[in-house]
Design a protein around this ligand. Structure first.
Ligand code: IVH
Length: 682
């Protein structure tokens, strides 16, 4: 460091860094702060401002470069000022569960049959882990897990990484306020996290609750921060200097006014009938919620009555959890199938003894790939846990521990395709096994045909999977173009193919010939070319011949086409047999209007705008809305991110709507979309 006279900024930055280091250590590591949060924040911001002005003063060890605390050796114990209780669980998932609770409470309070119905606060039972947040003078000073109810663990630095938890309360916060609530992980965050784990070949998490609990108890807060957690407040711990509201519902209102997240799905319910209604309404809504719940919680609303009711051992008499049917169940793994997909991918699929879970009977569940299957350690004959929550596809999450009664060899991917016998290969470093048979493989041919004929592709009416099975297995079709050689005479020989359906399919084939270049390209099933990319390619090149002749460099000129897609398209059209397929299909009469490409496309008033659709619109189907947006040059994407411009939301919109609100993205309803298209002149 230069010993020469330093300029004032350099001196100040150095001083600030030292101060902040000292206080961050006191705060994060020793948990013994000497400064109020606000003062720390002020110093922090002052340093940030200096560094923004003079980037050369920004050192790698500046606290601005490391907002997250240090890795801990372990968690310190925290004795709860007020014990954290558990709650009695009503396992009868029918309405009787609610009625039983109401009857018990009325008996304890010695209320006669003619006394008016009691008031309850009904809320959701979040499936995460309980946390006590301690605010002194409005500042979050400590966060602790429940532990054994008397003593928990200090997880303050991890909890501080949860953006939803205010580090400072707003409004007229009392001198001491302990807030109790649930830290949980949203289902979409959980799925994304597991997808990432899977891509890396790492272990996946069993369910959002385990993932959340693991994140809160992560010793490395940087790791904790990478697992997106959420929080809902549902009660109080120790409180001083505050006259708490007379009811639980008003208490939740107050917590909300302090800036704490309180779930909007709550209600003041009257008597057993009110509880039953709430249980049913939330049961109906359960799948559409963005997070897991395993039941609802009823609490006697008046605090004075809660006090009269008191506790039995560790459970209050004034509250109960009323469960829903489980989203995880045990069943037997009867076998492992290995279907072959359109791109040749072999996916191990669990064949299960049918089990009712998450509202449906499940008898198949994906095992994703051989590596994940091995990590889960499941073998045929095992008792496994199956999870199905929300609209997420059912999954085998693991095996129930215990000895096996018989030796079962570990699962192996076959070296030959179970359908066509071609070699099965795995790309270097990849996790998927693929059949190399291409369209020689009947399974791939069937999937390719179904994809080709699909509604968003060539839209061939009258060609379902049963018929495709017959056509392929009967040797009537070996390639896509042969589809167009079918006539009533050839078809009438097939099972169940009455003359009328044969005529329908032949008409459907004829009708499909007039199409668009985008649909045609999508229908070919080129790897990495989805509908949107097909549209981009069609718009850019305008005609098939220019596309066939395009180099990788030219393909890279297309909006949103990166190296992987460009290479895939190029490789596809370099294959003589693929060119032959294109020629034969055109010879069969498939045609579309061509243009000169980019130069003369129709006006694109929504160009560059990204939309996400969620829920059910009053008159437009999802596909119709998508077509309208795309015709005006807009893009439709599947998930909401900071790059989304509009979210088009209909009835029963789910987590995408919440995410849009969170990110402040413009929301549209169907009329709003029409108005936007109209204003844009589309
Ligand atoms: S109240 C005195 N309300 O359920 C009552 N608990 O055993 C204390 N939980 O792990 C609990 N949602 O974290 C309450 N709305 C809710 C809840 C809730 C989830 C959890 C809680 C604890 C368990 C209760």
């Amino acid at each position: 460091m230069s010993q020469a006279k330093q300029d004032p900024e350099t001196t100040r930055a150095e001083h600030l860094r030292q101060l902040l280091h000292h206080h961050a250590h006191r705060y994060y590591v020793l948990d013994a702060p000497e400064l109020p949060d606000a003062e720390y924040d002020r110093l922090f911001q002052e340093l940030q401002a200096i560094e923004a002005e003079h980037p050369e003063l920004r050192t790698p060890d500046s606290p601005t470069q490391r907002v997250i605390g240090q890795v801990l050796a372990g968690f310190l114990p925290v004795r709860h000022a007020v014990p954290m209780l558990s709650i009695r669980t009503e396992t009868d998932t029918t309405a009787a569960g609610a009625t039983a609770f109401d009857e018990r409470v009325r008996r304890e309070l010695e209320l006669g049959a003619d006394a008016p119905p009691l008031e309850y606060n009904a809320e959701l039972k979040f499936d995460g882990l309980a946390i006590n947040l301690r605010y002194e003078a409005g500042v979050l000073v400590q966060a602790a897990t429940r532990g054994d109810g008397e003593t928990g663990e200090d997880v303050t630095q991890n909890i501080r990484t949860i953006g939803q938890i205010p580090l400072r309360l707003s409004g007229d916060a009392p001198p001491l306020l302990e807030v109790r609530g649930e830290v949980y992980m949203r289902r979409d965050a959980f799925e994304r996290m597991n997808d990432r784990q899977r891509e890396k070949g790492d272990k996946t998490f069993v369910n959002p609750r385990n993932a959340a609990a693991g994140a809160v108890r992560q010793l490395d807060p940087a790791m904790a921060a990478r697992r997106p957690l959420s929080f809902y407040a549902y009660g109080l711990g120790a409180v001083a200097g505050w006259e708490r509201p007379a009811t639980h519902s008003k208490t939740l209102d107050a917590l909300q006014s302090f800036g704490l997240p309180v779930c909007a799905d709550r209600a003041v319910a009257l008597g057993a009938a009110g509880l039953v209604d709430f249980h049913r309404a939330m049961g109906d809504k359960r799948d559409a919620l963005p997070f897991d719940i395993d039941g609802v919680v009823y609490k006697v609303n008046r605090v004075e009555l809660q006090k009269r009711l008191g506790f039995v051992t560790r459970e209050p008499r004034w509250a109960v959890a009323h469960k829903y049917p489980a989203q995880e169940q045990m069943t037997r793994l009867n076998g492992i199938d290995i279907p072959v997909g359109r791109t040749g991918k072999l996916t191990p699929v669990a064949k299960l003894a049918p089990v009712f879970v998450g509202g449906t009977t499940v008898s198949n569940a994906t095992l994703h790939n051989v590596f994940e299957l091995r990590r889960k350690g499941v073998r045929v004959g095992d008792t496994v846990i199956v999870r199905r929550a929300g609209d997420v596809i059912p999954e085998v999450v693991g095996r129930v521990p215990g000895p096996r009664t018989a030796y079962v060899p570990n699962f192996r991917m076959p070296r030959q395709c179970p359908v066509c016998g071609s070699a099965v290969l795995r790309e270097q470093g990849g996790i998927d096994h693929r059949c190399t048979g291409g369209l020689f493989c009947a399974a791939q041919r069937k999937q390719a045909l179904l994809h080709f004929a699909g509604r968003r592709a060539m839209d061939v009416e009258g060609l379902g999977d049963k018929l495709v099975d017959q056509l392929v297995d009967g040797g009537l079709i070996r390639s896509l173009p042969e589809l167009y050689t079918l006539d009533v005479a050839k078809l009438s020989g097939l099972d169940r193919m009455a003359d009328k359906s044969a005529a329908n399919l032949v008409a459907g084939l004829a009708k499909s010939k007039q199409t668009t270049l985008a649909r045609f390209l999508y229908a070919l099933g080129i790897r990495h070319v989805g509908e949107t990319t097909a549209k981009d390619l069609a718009r850019h090149f305008g005609g098939i011949d220019r596309l066939l002749a395009a180099s990788v460099e030219q393909l890279l000129q297309v909006d949103d086409v990166g190296p992987v897609v460009a290479q895939s398209v190029h490789t596809f059209f370099q294959q003589p047999h693929n060119r032959e397929v294109v020629d034969q299909l055109r010879a069969a009469g498939i045609s579309w209007a061509e243009s000169d490409g980019k130069a003369d496309t129709a006006p694109q008033p929504l160009a560059g705008q990204t939309f996400v659709l969620t829920g059910t619109l009053p008159t437009l189907s999802r596909d119709e809305a998508k077509d309208l947006i795309e015709a005006a040059g807009g893009k439709v994407s599947g998930s909401v991110s900071k790059k989304t411009h509009y979210v088009l939301a209909g009835a029963e919109a789910g987590s995408k709507l919440d995410k849009a609100r969170e990110l402040g993205i413009t929301l549209l309803d169907e009329d709003g979309l029409r108005a936007l298209l109209h204003a844009a002149g589309a």
